[in-house]
Structures are given as structure tokens and as C-alpha cells.
Design a binder for this molecule. Structure first.
Ligand code: C5P
Length: 206
């Protein structure tokens, strides 16, 4: 039987870290769905047509480190407003969610659009200032000379675009459990997520 954990939330809230830790803890497969949009964004930056790139996407396209750049993130959030691009990526995500042995998908619309019947839905968030500071430290550690102000502006611009688009906007599903990581350590945030999942597993066994 499939068991799907949907983890949504804004940029740099800790979704990726929590998703990886949860997948490792329970032995579930993990899909960072942002990489799909980043791969399409990168294809468009290289001159491709967004829908054609999305339709031709191959899982091996998700492995490049170049997808992590701020430029690609920006391009991803632009192509993500295109309904035909989103449609082209839906079947792959649903197929991944339905695999045996459990799956964690993190993104913006997993609990609302891609897997509305997911057994667990988490909405992971944090204040914009916190998220910008974390992203800034990550970028600094990679040698980037960007400023905190620029990173905050980038986070706010992406949030605004993701939350205001007409197709599949960033939103918590009505039945999602909210985890605000602003004041939490990584270990605390992961422990909260694991506790929610264990409760659901227990209730399914009863
Ligand atoms: O999560 P990440 O920052 O890698 O996502 C990049 C962009 O892809 C987001 O800003 C968002 O616009 C888009 N995205 C989306 N739906 C998802 C995952 C990502 O629209 N499920």
C-alpha cells in the first residue's frame, strides 16, 4: 500500500531538510518537486520552450548542482505560473507518490493539488526574516558575496509570486499540520514531523 507524506511551504522554511530526515527515518522515497520546476527553469534559460522542456523532462535532469542557483530559482518560479507546465509535471509526481513503501514529496501544492488524499500533510513555514537569514548563511558558506538584504528581497519576491499565482498557489491544505520552524532547531522540527507521521500510522493500524 502507498503512504504519502506531503510537505509544503515557502522558500527556505526547512522543508527540504525535514523531508530528507523524515524519508531517512521511515525508509520512504523522497522527491523534491522544486527540482522539477528548477529543471524546467534551467531549460528555459538555455532557450527552450517551457512546456516542451517540462514534457521531455527525465529524472536524470534533476541531479545537476546548477539547479541550486538563485537565477534558476527565479526562472523556476516564473515557469511555475504556467498551467501547462504544471500539468506536464503532475503525472510524474503522482506516480512517485503512489510507489510502494512510502513517499515524501515536498513542494508548494503537494497537499492541495498533487496529492490531496495524502495520509500526512505538513505545512512548514518560518518568518521571512528567519528564512532569509538561513538562506544567506548557506550562500555565504558556498562563497557567494550576496547581501542579506538581497536574499530577503529574493525570498519575499518568490513568496509573493508563489502565493498570488492563479494556478496551484502556495497554500496550506485545510487539513495540513502547521510546523513553524522560526524558533525551532532542525532536530526539534524533524521530531515534530516524525511525531505527526507516527500518530497517523498508529491511527491507521487501529
Ligand atoms: O522549492 P524550490 O525553491 O526549489 O522551488 C523553486 C520554485 O518552484 C518555487 O519558487 C515555486 O515557484 C516552484 N514550485 C512550485 N510547486 C512545487 C515546487 C516548486 O510551484 N510543488
Amino acid at each position: 500500500m502507498s503512504f504519502t507524506v506531503a510537505i509544503d511551504g515557502p522558500a527556505a522554511a526547512g522543508k527540504g531538510t525535514i523531508s530528507k530526515a523524515v524519508a531517512a527515518h521511515f525508509g520512504f522515497a523522497h522527491l523534491d518537486t522544486g527540482l522539477l520546476y528548477r529543471a524546467v527553469g534551467a531549460g528555459v534559460l538555455a532557450g527552450g520552450d517551457p512546456v516542451a522542456v517540462a514534457q521531455a523532462l527525465d529524472p536524470s535532469d534533476l541531479e545537476s548542482d546548477a539547479l541550486r542557483s538563485a537565477e534558476v530559482a527565479e526562472a523556476a518560479s516564473r515557469v511555475a505560473t504556467n498551467a501547462a507546465v504544471r500539468d506536464a509535471l503532475t503525472a510524474f509526481q503522482r506516480g512517485f507518490a503512489a510507489r510502494k513503501g512510502g513517499a515524501v514529496l515536498d513542494g508548494r501544492d503537494i497537499g492541495t493539488v498533487i496529492c490531496p488524499a495524502a495520509q500526512v500533510k505538513l505545512f512548514v513555514t518560518a518568518s521571512a526574516a528567519c528564512r532569509a537569514e538561513r538562506r544567506f548563511k548557506e550562500l555565504q558558506a558556498k562563497g557567494s558575496d550576496t547581501t542579506l538584504e538581497d536574499v530577503l528581497a529574493d525570498v519575499l519576491a518568490r513568496d509573493a509570486r508563489d502565493a498570488s499565482r492563479s494556478v496551484a498557489p502556495l497554500a496550506a491544505a485545510a487539513d495540513a499540520v502547521l510546523i513553524d520552524t522560526s524558533e525551532l532547531s532542525i532536530a526539534q522540527a524533524v521530531a515534530q514531523a516524525i511525531a505527526v507521521i507516527e500518530n497517523v500510522q498508529k491511527s491507521l493500524q487501529d
